[in-house]
Write a protein of this length. Structure first.
Length: 56
């Protein structure tokens, strides 16, 4: 195993770890319903631009 193979394995490990953390956070936030607006959407990615539709 040379240095290039080791670098490839480390990058794959970092990528898999990052994806796992992101998926776990998404699942946990949807299960708890943090910040939900009551219409079924999880709320953490919704910004102030969503308030414009409610004011009309």
């Amino acid at each position: 195993m040379n240095q290039s193979d080791l670098l490839f394995l480390v990058l794959i490990l970092i990528t898999l770890s990052t994806l796992t953390v992101i998926v776990v956070q998404l699942v946990r936030s949807r299960r708890r319903g943090d910040g939900s607006t009551g219409d079924g959407r999880a709320g953490w990615w919704e910004g102030p631009w969503d308030d414009d539709d409610r004011k009309r």
